[in-house]
Design a binder for this molecule. Structure first.
Ligand SMILES: [Zn+2]
Length: 411
């Protein structure tokens, strides 16, 4: 039964809409072609997935997640029927509930081995969203095809990181009877062994009561965390992760509660959490899970593998095989797998099944496993979407990507 539980990700999706009449006019005489899309797609750096939809929308506007001091390269196959377009980049900001775009770069490409390569450095002081457009001739959008789009980057932050476990509410134990202190120590040890070649600096523990006050997270009461954002209330608990609540280190926050208020969900994280220093980004975990047969207590290994898996998402790793939830939330059906050469893909969750109809449209991997005993070649990878009884690890491409992304994630 255990192996049916899901470790979830929240794929970043931005839905800014820039009012055409509100655009910031720049003072130069150069032609500025503002994006005219609704930014349904975005890219975070060093993602190896196909991202076909982002490629198709690059010309009219997608979102790029950029970090202070990051050096980036955006590239795609040259379409020889057209002259190479100019890439225009816009900082998006909002004022009086309206989003504006201000041009920050106009870049001409280099051609390398049949690909157009655009290089730029981000000089923002904090992580930012930049929007794109591709200008063809005159004031027209580029009419050529954009294929095999890649967005790569490397930044200024260290490849090492620290961890802070935030105990939220009453600690309700594990099936192997570990105290909070023993569980935390074991999390730290396992992180060190899984993150091969990456230094884990410091390990802290703290209670949510100490950070946000007894009236919000009393230590005598088991906390069930909501699995949705409600208006202003974020799923990532800014009241716990705010910059004022961080001491000397910007650690990766692991929020540990009694359970998450969703059936079969062991933990969740944003996909590419762009900052460990600013509030509102964390990995969320629980010692219990809601199942069809009631609330189940977890073994410490289950909690720790989930913590490592979710931190993999935070550092920009996708599931080895996408769940329907991933496909629906990312809106890009080409992203069936993570794109790495050295992680297998579970073909049993083929697109037809993933797209399914009616009730089958939700979490096909989850359903497949619940209904039959099926094995997948990626079960031994820690980024496999379901909990597994196999020994799991990161592949070398995954570790390489984490190292690169750590240099771009503010901490
Ligand atoms: Zn996951």
């Amino acid at each position: 039964m255990r192996k049916n539980f899901l470790r979830a990700i929240l794929i970043f999706l931005v839905s800014f809409f820039l009012e055409a009449c509100s655009y910031f006019d720049d003072e130069s005489s150069e032609i500025t072609l503002y994006p005219d899309g609704q930014f349904a797609y975005g890219l975070f750096p060093n993602d190896a997935a196909l991202n076909d939809s982002a490629a198709a929308q690059l010309t009219h506007g997608i979102i790029l997640m950029v970090s202070p001091g990051g050096n980036y390269e955006l590239s795609f196959d040259a379409d020889t029927s057209f002259d190479a377009p100019e890439l225009q980049l816009f900082r998006i900001y909002s004022k009086n509930n309206t989003s504006y775009g201000k041009i920050v770069r106009r870049i001409s490409p280099k051609t390398q081995e049949g690909r157009l390569v655009y290089q730029f450095t981000c000089e923002e002081s904090k992580p930012y969203y930049w929007a794109t457009s591709l200008r063809g001739e005159g004031k027209s959008f580029y009419k050529g095809n954009v294929k095999n789009l890649r967005f790569e980057g490397e930044g200024i932050y260290p490849e090492s990181f620290s961890i802070r476990v935030i105990q939220t509410g009453l600690y309700t134990g594990t099936t192997d009877s570990l105290s909070f202190e023993k569980l935390s120590a074991k999390i730290f040890e396992k992180f060190k062994s899984y993150y091969k070649g990456i230094k884990i600096d410091t390990f802290y523990t703290v209670t949510a009561e100490n950070l946000a006050g007894k009236n919000i997270y009393p230590s005598e009461k088991a906390q069930t965390l909501p699995y949705h954002s409600d208006g202003e209330k974020s799923m990532f608990f800014p009241e716990l992760t705010s910059a004022e609540n961080k001491d000397e280190s910007s650690a990766l926050d692991l929020i540990l509660a009694h359970r998450i208020d969703a059936l079969g969900i062991l933990g969740y994280s944003p996909l590419f959490g762009i900052s460990m220093s600013d509030s509102g980004a964390a990995v969320v975990l629980a010692t219990h899970v809601a199942s069809a047969s009631g609330i189940l207590q977890l073994h410490s290994d289950e909690i720790i593998y989930t913590a490592i898996h979710e931190s993999g998402h935070f550092f920009g790793l996708r599931h080895t095989t996408a769940t329907t939830s991933d496909l629906l939330s990312g809106s890009d059906l080409s992203n069936l797998e993570d794109g790495f050469e050295d992680t297998p893909f579970c073909e049993k969750t083929i697109l037809g099944k993933a797209l399914g109809k009616g009730s089958d449209a939700w979490l096909p991997v989850f359903r497949l496993f619940a209904s039959a005993s099926v094995s997948c070649p990626d079960e031994t990878n820690i980024m496999y979407p379901l909990s597994s009884e196999h020994e799991q690890s990161f592949s070398s491409e995954q570790l390489k990507t984490i190292r690169k992304n750590l240099t771009l994630i503010k901490h």
